[in-house]
Design a protein around this ligand. Structure first.
Ligand code: HEM
Length: 506
């Protein structure tokens, strides 16, 4: 009898807790959670599509349980506004998984920091120092140089195998890597033969290992009392931290030597942070964490958005042609595009917006955590819950978008819709306190890449593939890569000498 009672006690405690929770809170509707695991096994891998499907049955605000953690997903414009504007102050913390705790030294960076004095300080450094219009402009030659490398490489490959398709992602990934490392560290990690050098290899290995560690925890992450069965590999995290720090300190050392030699600082993020270290009271740990945040958040997102745009442009030759006509009219055939042309290319800007509307690289943004009990849409959201805005679903809502599934950039000619967090119908960069600080940089870079790709090449589907057969499915994950990397045949449109890169060293 005593043994039976002993085993029943935890169960009774759980049932009582659930009952009191239900009496206290009126949470949003959602699929019925299973004991212990909640809805962990009901959620399909491409989460934002699954949530959008559920929203059709349960409504635009729904509850999804990951073990004992409540996730609330909102899927329409009004609720997005409530989360990111009206209740922003109560919903600006972050949920940190055990790996995020380790990787960010419990939120001593920017991405994983809760909203508080540390966050406000580092965010200010980002806005005032790193992403100021002046700094972004001074770093423009790096972006344009890396785009030139990409175009030269596509040109050479297309000349070597004329009429053959190329995998666009291959060029975008290389561009993204060199661009972000130069922007952040001021260094192009290549050897004398033009291949990625040893430091660059280490850099890539660290980035890949970070992703692996972040994804390694699975179920036990959401069920705290099961964690003893899935202990964290402390050693792996410690080693990762040591590698990251060693590489960053080596580069820091090189910078210090270079500064002594030349007597001046450069404009990239690393030098900027070192110069302003005392003024903003930044520890070396914080500087290192900030630099790696920029890599994590800013390397792949612009490249992903360009890959999706190119897939749509190959599927929609009418739009491709119209954008090329504008590029030819504004730039001509005697030079290549620069970012300074962007204000004169309104249709190209609409193409970028339309692509980000249909294919936001982070469709559920990053989760926000409630720092107190809060009401959304009339429901109770208890402190500690995670709130996600399904920006993918919001941007395809037929209530606010006409023919939402159609790729039609003209919709933004007819109505100018802000894309940087002021219009809650279109939120690829989020909105409010945690809006993406790199939004302008991301937009400039994506627009410039798409503009160059269209001005310098005509793109068509591989032979035997019809445009409408191009696969537009997504890979699962926080950031949405294409499931099948798009392939297309590039045909040069400009004189050959315009594909030659003239290296820039800044
Ligand atoms: C097309 C490109 C990009 C898109 C679509 C994008 C989108 C986003 C989104 C949706 C968030 C989360 C907002 C939230 O939690 O409410 C975010 C956060 C962030 N992004 Fe971006 N981003 C892009 C490019 C960049 C670039 C180029 C950088 C830096 C070099 C960057 C740095 C960051 C950082 C540091 C955060 C965390 C902000 C915080 O937690 O306060 N992003 N981004």
């Amino acid at each position: 009898m005593a043994v039976l009672l002993l085993f029943s006690l935890p169960l009774i405690a759980v049932l009582l807790y659930n009952l009191s929770f239900r009496l206290r809170y009126r949470i949003p509707p959602g699929p019925r959670p299973w004991p212990v695991v909640g809805n962990l096994y009901d959620v399909k891998p491409v989460r934002f599509r699954c949530y959008a499907e559920w929203a059709r049955s349960y409504g635009p605000i729904l509850s999804v349980w990951f073990g004992s953690t409540l996730n609330v997903i909102v899927s329409n414009t009004e609720l997005a506004k409530e989360v990111l504007k009206e209740k922003d102050g109560q919903l600006a913390d972050r949920h940190r998984s055990r790996s995020a705790v380790k990787l960010s030294r419990d939120g001593q960076d920017l991405i994983w920091a809760d909203y508080g004095p540390h966050y406000v300080k580092v965010r200010k450094v980002c806005t005032v120092v790193l992403f100021s219009p002046k700094r972004l402009e001074s770093l423009r030659p790096i972006r344009e140089d890396e785009i030139a490398v990409m175009l030269e490489s596509i040109f050479q490959d297309s000349a070597a195998a004329s009429g053959k398709p190329v995998v666009i992602k291959k060029y975008l990934a290389s561009m993204a890597f060199h661009n972000i490392t130069r922007l952040v560290f001021g260094k192009r990690f290549v050897d004398a033969q033009g291949a990625v050098d040893k430091q660059g290899q280490e850099f890539k290995a660290i980035a890949i290992n970070g992703l692996k560690l972040g994804a390694s925890l699975a179920m036990a992450e959401h069920i705290p009392w099961l964690r003893w069965m899935f202990p964290l590999d402390e050693d792996a995290f410690t080693q990762h931290g040591v590698r990251m720090e060693r590489l960053t300190r080596d580069i820091m050392h090189e910078h210090t030597l270079a500064r002594h030699k030349t007597g001046g600082a450069k404009n990239h993020f690393f030098d900027a942070l070192l110069t302003l270290k005392d003024e903003y009271d930044l520890s070396e740990d914080t500087i290192i964490a900030l630099l790696w945040d920029m890599i994590a958040a800013g390397m792949d997102t612009p490249a992903i958005s360009v890959e999706w745009a190119m897939a749509e442009l190959v599927r929609n030759p009418r739009v491709q042609k119209k954008a090329q006509e504008e590029l030819d009219r504004v730039i001509g055939h005697d030079r290549v595009m620069t970012e300074l042309d962007i204000p004169n290319l309104p249709y190209l800007q609409c193409v970028v917006k339309e692509s980000l509307r249909l294919h936001p690289p982070t469709p559920l943004m990053l989760p926000h955590r409630a720092n107190s009990d809060v009401k959304i849409g009339g429901y109770d959201i208890p402190k500690g819950s995670n709130v996600h805005v399904n920006v993918w679903a919001v941007a395809r809502d037929p209530v606010v978008w006409k023919d939402p599934l159609e790729f039609r950039p003209e919709r933004f000619v007819e109505e100018d819709v802000d894309i940087k967090g002021h219009d809650f119908r279109l939120l690829p960069f989020g909105a409010g306190r945690r809006v993406c600080p790199g939004a302008q940089l991301g937009l400039d870079l994506s627009t410039s890449m798409i503009g160059h790709l269209l001005h310098q090449f005509e793109w068509s589907p591989p032979s035997g593939v019809r445009a409408e057969e191009i696969d537009l499915r997504e890979n699962p994950g926080t950031v949405t890569y294409m499931k099948t990397p798009v392939e297309a045949v590039p045909k040069p449109r400009l004189p050959a000498h315009l594909y030659k890169r003239v290296p820039v060293d800044i």
